[in-house]
Design a binder for this molecule. Structure first.
Ligand code: RUQ
Ligand code: CUA
Length: 864
């Protein structure tokens, strides 16, 4: 092995490799050779690799682009953890297929029409003092101007609001520094009302603007009636940002059609792209939303359009709350620095980034020093006097993110396919990294908050081209993770995103998130309130009022109650479903075949599905999550009969039934099995208690889950005994069977709790013992030997004590079993198990490690 690689191995695999493991010396070198990996590849892999059960440092919330959803993944592993349904139906989560989520989705109807997709662009995290608080997430829809609000308590969408005056909106969502408001700026100017206005009247009747959505961060809801829109000229407003720190109270919005060009290829005019980029500059809109919010409280300052308050431009101008500053033509991103003093604008068609300085802008505003007015009378500030400076970055600068280093900023270059690191204070370019290809946004770790965390930048590339296996002409998007800790950037990882074109993503430290694992029993997850349909065990019922049938059902491993529902054709059926589980991750799904309904019920959740039973027949309903060994049995029948038809009952089949003696025997056998199973449970419970399980929260939670199942046993026992008393042995057997089911579920979680507890309290394995355990498992020993149990071979607990000079005896036996077949002890074993210990061809080194592993077993013998 060459020296460098040897060094690398110990670097990556730590001391374990030095001590020689089951992988053996030279394994890394071999793998590298086989897979054609370089040393840098290995280091990058180690920087991003997350072992099973590991956790990432950051979570990223990425827009899902045209999918209308959001994508959640971890950094640095880039493992996708969740899709959050926002504007688009999502069947797994039941979004758009159960009644509660439909209510949220339908809040997004526009002018009475259902809209089932969204063009999501920019997610934003709620803030306190400009820092992320991990409570709420908001995302905009550009095509159908809307915002969706997501609770980070359960990662579910709880609200959608429609912009009442815009017809398209891009410059959102941006929280102000204490989440007072969310900025959503317009994109394509259009009349605020819903009427027809000819394009020739563009300048007079088409408008842009910026909507300030009032946000209540206690309840995580946008308050529509307290929101307002600041009217702006029909320049195409674009990306925006909220001021923070020194510039708190102000908003900044770019635009790209100061020309007010309206195209017309079909009438012989040059296309929009030419006319809209004719001038050298466009306008950065600077507005005092704090002042305007107060003004909006007085009805004489607002015009109400579509039930929504709009502050006309004259009012903003008269109150010195709206200004324009020229910016290089057709800009895209505008990003306020962590302290709020610098505002960086990137021009798609300009090779420079322009850094404006808030104190300079504010001084011009305070001195009323204007260089002119635009055609609508809005004062214009001098560009040069507002600028801190400009820096030549490259072709197609779009967006910016900040790091934890003072003055450090990262900018995406769309045309050059590069990320540039530079300093917005000293205006110096520091480094460039190639990305693949055509990067749009980039995402720093909390990189747009008042407290950026540095470490990584993600490049959200528009094109992947040759980066991945060809899967047809529609390629995945490519998110590339870049390490920014060093002097120069280092590209670590490519992640294909196959869901849509994510524009922007936001990242947050995982410690700031505290999502729950279960709901208070009976919760409607979309409102956070207790559901009217909440049903507990024993309360299940079917209620009929005229042709409306309400089913109050429960779901728990592994049955749905009720199991038979008969309705008349034409009945309107509502099924309220409560998942009675308390156990973590025990979701039950629910569907009725042929009725296009689906719900996903998480532990404690109540949801409902609704349909008109308009086709006659028999329709199975079932749980759609493989929730337990008896998941397939978790089903029932919906029977829809036509009230106008006469049904002749089929001849009852004469079934051969069991004799009373046979029934009694089966009953006794079932009870005996239950008693034996109970003994296993008792021993597990004793072990848990003896070893103080309640000192370990994870274990205590599992035990609670286990007792949840066990707690249902007495009620079933009572029913079984009642059946015995009534002489109905058949029924008694069924109830005893149910008890067994509950016992199995109890034991299942109980044993998991026991294993977890063992791992918590056992002594630490030495690296040799770890290597020994691996050799034991991978070398085939575990095929016959189970620690703590006699299985196809003897239990090895205490094996080192069983023989004189035990370590040597066992080592010799492993290395050369055949030599001991005549030994009386071994002979006895061979007779007993009817098996001979095979030679597994362990090396001396492996055998030594296995002995270490046996020593560890003996130290912890009381735990097995
Ligand atoms: S925008 S990169 Cu919404 Cu820049 Cu897409
Ligand atoms: Cu519940 Cu499958």
């Amino acid at each position: 092995m060459n020296y460098k690689l040897n060094k690398l191995s110990s670097l990556i695999l730590g001391s374990a490799i030095a001590a020689s493991t089951a992988f053996g010396a030279g394994t890394l070198e071999k793998v590298m050779k086989e897979r054609g990996l370089t040393e840098n590849d290995i280091i990058r892999a180690a920087k991003t690799y997350l072992p099973s059960g590991g956790r990432d440092e950051f979570l990223v919330f990425s827009s899902g682009g045209q999918s209308g959803q959001m994508i959640v993944y971890g950094v640095p592993s880039m493992k996708i953890l969740k899709y959050i349904a926002v504007f688009t139906p999502e069947p797994w989560q039941g979004y758009g297929f159960d009644e509660e989520s439909k209510k949220v989705l339908r809040q997004g109807n526009i002018r009475g029409r259902e809209i089932n997709w969204g063009d999501t662009h920019h997610p934003a995290l709620s803030e306190v003092d400009g820092k992320y608080d991990g409570k709420w997430l908001v995302i905009n829809d550009k095509a159908n101007p809307r915002l969706g609000v997501i609770s980070l308590g359960d990662f579910e969408t709880t609200q959608i609001v429609v912009n009442p005056v815009f017809k398209s909106a891009h410059g959102g969502a941006f929280f102000t520094q204490n989440s007072e408001y969310i900025i959503e700026a317009c994109q394509y100017a259009a009349p605020f009302d819903n009427n027809y206005h000819p394009i020739e009247d563009y300048k007079e009747t088409y408008r842009g603007g910026s909507t300030m959505w009032k946000f209540d961060s206690k309840i995580g809801r946008i308050i529509e009636k307290d929101s307002f829109t600041i009217e702006m000229p029909p320049y195409m407003q674009d990306l925006s940002d909220a001021g923070k720190g020194v510039s708190h109270g102000w908003g900044f919005t770019n635009s790209f059609n100061a020309e007010m060009y309206t195209g017309g290829i079909e009438v012989g005019m040059p296309p929009n792209e030419a006319g809209m980029s004719r001038f050298d500059t466009d306008f950065l809109h600077v507005y005092n939303w704090e002042k305007l919010a107060k003004l909006a409280e007085d009805p004489k300052n607002v015009e109400v359009i579509n039930g929504h308050r709009v502050i006309p431009m004259e009012v903003s101008i008269a109150n010195e709350a709206l200004f324009l500053i020229p910016e290089p033509k057709s800009p895209h991103g505008v990003d306020v620095s962590p302290d709020g003093e610098y505002i960086t604008v990137c021009g798609k068609l300009d090779t420079h980034a322009s850094v404006y300085k808030w104190s300079k802008i504010k001084a011009l505003i305070d001195a009323k020093k204007y260089v002119g007015k635009d055609p609508y009378g809005i004062p214009i500030l001098d560009m040069k006097e507002s600028l801190h400076g400009q820096v030549e970055l490259g072709l197609g600068p779009l967006h910016n993110q900040y790091s934890n280093v003072d003055g450090e900023i990262y900018t995406s270059l769309y045309v050059d396919s590069q990320i540039v690191k530079w300093n917005y204070k000293t205006l110096k370019v520091l480094d460039k990294e190639n990305v693949h290809y055509n990067v749009g946004h980039l995402c720093g770790m909390e990189g747009k908050s008042a407290d950026p965390q540095g470490k990584y930048i993600i490049s959200l590339n528009k094109l992947a081209i040759d980066r991945f296996q060809n899967v047809g002409p529609l390629h995945p998007q490519n998110h590339q993770l870049i390490d920014i800790r060093g002097k120069t950037m280092d590209l670590l990882y490519d992640m294909p995103i196959p869901l849509g074109e994510p524009h922007q993503a936001v990242a947050i430290r995982v410690e700031k998130l505290h999502p729950h694992v279960r709901y208070p029993m009976g919760t409607n997850s979309r409102t956070g309130e207790i559901h009217v349909g909440k049903t507990l065990a024993g309360q299940e019922r079917i209620v009929r009022e005229g042709n409306k049938v309400s089913v109050y059902a429960t779901m728990v491993r592994s049955h749905i109650n009720p199991e038979r529902i008969t309705v008349n054709k034409g009945d309107e059926v509502t099924m309220y479903l409560t998942n009675l589980e308390r156990a973590q991750d025990e979701t039950h799904g629910f569907t009725v075949d042929h009725y296009n309904v689906h719900a996903s019920l998480e532990p404690g959740e109540t949801g409902s599905i609704k349909f008109t039973a308009d086709i006659e027949g028999v329709f199975p309903y079932y749980c759609t999550e493989f929730c337990s060994a008896l998941h397939l049995e978790m089903m029932g029948y919906l029977m829809v009969k036509d009230p106008n038809k006469k049904y002749v009952s089929a001849q009852r089949l004469k079934m051969k039934t069991m004799t009373p003696e046979e029934l009694k025997a089966e009953y006794d056998k079932t009870v005996a099995v239950n008693t034996a199973t109970q003994a296993v449970i008792d021993s597990v419970v004793k072990f848990l208690k003896d070893n103080k399980f309640d000192e370990h929260k994870v274990v205590a939670d599992l035990v609670t889950d286990a007792f949840d199942q066990a707690g249902q046993i007495p009620a079933q026992k009572k029913l079984a005994d009642e059946a015995v008393a009534a002489g109905d042995m058949e029924k008694a057997i069924l109830f005893e069977n149910m008890i067994w089911q509950l016992m199995v579920k109890t034991a299942d979680v109980g044993i998991r709790a026991k294993d977890t507890l063992v791992s918590k309290i056992a002594t630490q394995k030495s690296s040799a013992a770890q290597a020994g355990e691996r050799a034991f498992d991978e070398g085939g020993c575990s095929g016959c030997h189970v620690v703590g149990k006699v299985s196809s071979g003897p239990d090895l607990t205490g094996v080192l004590q069983r023989h004189e000079d035990g370590e040597k005896w066992v080592a010799d036996f492993i290395l050369n079993p055949e030599h001991k077949f005549e030994d009386p002890y071994v002979k006895g074993m061979i007779d007993y198990f009817n098996l001979k210990m095979p030679n597994q061809h362990m090396t001396k080194e492996e055998t030594k490690d296995i002995i270490e592993y046996f020593k560890w077993i003996d130290e912890n013998a009381n735990l097995f």
